[in-house]
Design a protein around this ligand. Structure first.
Ligand SMILES: Nc1ncnc2c1ncn2[C@@H]1O[C@H](COP(=O)(O)OP(=O)(O)OP(=O)(O)O)[C@@H](O)[C@H]1O
Ligand SMILES: [Zn+2]
Length: 592
């Protein structure tokens, strides 16, 4: 605010001097010249710095114009141009700061009390209070307003075992919460961290904007030079210098990016940099992981079958022994099924996880395999006896997990994974953005195809190991595709990093937050389409400002050359057109 105050004092000073000299009260040149030089000091200083750093800014062409006016004894003109520049800068700062405050103001919400807390501590949150930590509810029931973080407009009901997020507001009940992360490690803390880093780094389009702004200064200088050489008309030359603005490009571009990222954050999408906003707008292909991304990670065992006469309780017990430490979604379902039958997992001697295939373990000198058909084929174990059972599962779009020894197959379980309720709508939104949608999965191709047909995706590819997913993306990129990958962030980390834009689901996983370029904080798949819409709107605004500025500057210089523009009219066009472009960017802060 303090630099705004000095701006205001300068503006007032210049305005008083202008009024006095217009009224003829101060006929001497000394006052308007002194007022111009003193009030215009910040502009002259920036122009001087620009020359030293060999970096073109509009302050340079404006300063040349003002000095030329003073030299030609057009004191009023010099003062008016200075006044316009000062007013324009002040308005521009006010608009940009207002936008920035809307985002960094969030940081003030990060509860201070959290500093003394540790993960594992219990906090009591009263009605109306901000929840200070990310955590799990131990006791109590309440509705919580999560709009600031996930963009959900309706309060969300919370009870024992619900997850709560720092920075959200507890509405009506008392909640006892056990902290899982605090301060900067909370989702809210990370969002703020991302916002800060976005403001300190430049995306490619911002660099383009800076280059364009510099070219426009050369353009103005060149236009003025030609005008002087051809017409020898000082007024026309000053007008040519003054009419060309570039702030709509130079300041409007970062403002639009910030606004887009800020709006996405309020919708529950954290975007880690302007570059991803650009990539989102250009994307033509979306790859969706199946398990955990399109499905809820809440698989249910629908059938346990034995193929060699082995008792089905014994089968479940072996399965739970193998799966007890796995965090694969299918493992969770198997553990749940065993628990429902009061079956306890047993002890094992050796254990190996086989990514994308399953696992093996040994117990009392017998080796067991648990996993997909690919794993059994690899170990040359005949699964012929299970073929009809496998086929009927796949026709239903169900997943299967087989269990066997190294000699023969013992049995298998069928599982259904519940589809996210919004998956279908999310996919149709993506189609509306003209994207090609491909389902990628480690699950069997037949059941992936069934899911793909249900969801109306363009292609469905199964039997992919995590490395195959990576290769698939590399292939698309080599073919010139702009690829978005949406995954659940744990086994998809390499694919998320390889895609132009990697989007992770989920609030909890650390790995997701690190390896992805974007995070959907509320797991709502529809927000991918929302983010793409915001990104496209942002890029349209930026392009509009680019072309608008080029056209206004070019037409202005031509009019000045032809002698149709007074310096005052030129200054007016410069300032008003720039303000329009900056307001065009600021418009993005508003919700649709
Ligand atoms: N712990 C496990 N127990 C049994 N089978 C497993 C296990 N882990 C992996 N598998 C088998 O390997 C396949 C591929 O696993 P992976 O984790 O690569 O993909 P996914 O998460 O199942 O599917 P998606 O690629 O759609 O997320 C699974 O479909 C399953 O058949
Ligand atoms: Zn300007």
């Amino acid at each position: 605010m303090k630099n705004h105050l000095s701006d205001l004092i300068r503006i007032a000073g210049a305005a008083v001097a202008l009024t006095l000299s217009l009224l003829g009260i101060l006929p001497y040149m000394i006052i308007p010249v002194a007022a111009t030089l003193i009030c215009g000091y910040p502009m002259f200083k920036e122009a001087f710095d620009a020359i030293r750093e060999r970096h073109m800014t509009m302050e340079l062409s404006m300063s040349i114009a003002v000095l030329a006016a003073l030299a030609a004894e057009q004191y009023t003109t010099g003062l008016v141009i200075t006044l316009f520049v000062l007013v324009a800068e002040l308005l521009e700062h006010l608009i940009v700061d207002r936008g920035r405050d809307a985002l960094t103001g969030l940081a003030a919400l990060l509860p201070q009390t959290a500093k003394d807390l540790q993960p594992g501590d219990t906090v009591v949150v009263r009605p109306g209070a901000h929840i200070p930590v990310d955590g799990i509810v131990l006791k109590g029931n309440s509705f919580v307003n999560q709009a600031a973080i996930t963009g959900e407009s309706l309060p969300v009901e919370k009870g024992p075992n619900s997850e709560v997020l720092a920075g959200t507001i507890n509405q009506d009940g008392v909640l006892e919460v056990i902290a899982t992360s605090i301060g900067k490690d909370t989702i809210f803390g990370r969002i703020i961290g991302v916002m800060e880093s976005v403001q300190s780094s430049q995306s490619p389009i911002e660099k383009t904007a800076d280059k364009l702004a510099a070219r426009l200064v050369y353009f103005a200088l060149g236009g003025a030079l030609i005008t002087w050489l051809v017409t020898h008309n000082m007024n026309a030359t000053i007008s040519a210098l003054v009419v060309a603005g570039a702030c709509g490009v130079a300041a409007g571009t970062p403002l639009a990016i910030l606004a887009g990222i800020g709006r996405a954050a309020r919708e529950g999408v954290v975007i880690k940099g302007g570059v991803y906003l650009e990539q989102l707008a250009k994307a033509d292909t979306v790859l969706l992981d199946k398990t955990g991304t399109l499905t809820l990670n809440k698989a249910i065992v629908t059938d346990v079958s034995s193929f060699n006469g082995i008792d089905s309780r014994r089968l479940l017990q072996l399965l739970s022994t193998g799966e007890q430490h796995s965090d694969h979604p299918l493992a969770g379902a198997i553990m749940e099924a065993a628990k429902n039958e009061d079956i306890q997992p047993g002890a094992y001697d050796n254990y190996n996880y086989l990514p994308g295939k399953g696992l093996q373990f040994s117990q009392e000198n017998e080796y067991y395999l648990i996993g997909n058909t690919g794993l059994f084929e690899e170990k040359k174990i005949d699964v012929g006896i299970a073929a009809p059972w496998l086929e009927s599962a796949r026709e239903q779009g169900e997943s299967t997990v087989l269990i066997g020894t190294h000699e023969h197959i013992l049995g298998g379980v069928r599982l259904v994974d519940l589809m996210r309720p919004e998956a279908r709508e999310a996919i149709s939104d993506l189609h509306d953005h003209h994207l090609k949608i491909i389902l990628l999965s480690g699950d069997h191709t037949a059941s992936v195809s069934v899911t793909g047909r249900k969801l109306r995706v363009d292609e469905a590819v199964g039997n992919l190991l995590p490395t195959d997913k990576l290769a698939y993306i590399q292939q698309l990129k080599a073919a010139g595709k702009k690829v978005i990958m949406v995954g659940d962030g744990i086994n998809d980390a390499p694919a998320l990093m390889e895609a132009h834009v990697g989007i992770a689901m989920g609030t909890a996983s650390n790995i997701a937050f690190e390896s992805a370029d974007m995070v959907l904080t509320n797991n709502d798949l529809r927000k991918v389409g929302v983010a793409i819409g915001i990104a496209k709107q942002c890029m349209n605004v930026i392009q509009f400002n680019f072309w608008g500025t080029i056209i206004v500057d070019a037409v202005g210089i031509v009019l000045a050359f032809m002698g149709y523009l007074s310096p005052m009219a030129a200054a007016m066009i410069h300032v008003i057109s720039e303000l329009i472009f900056i307001l065009n960017s600021a418009r993005l802060f508003r919700k649709r």
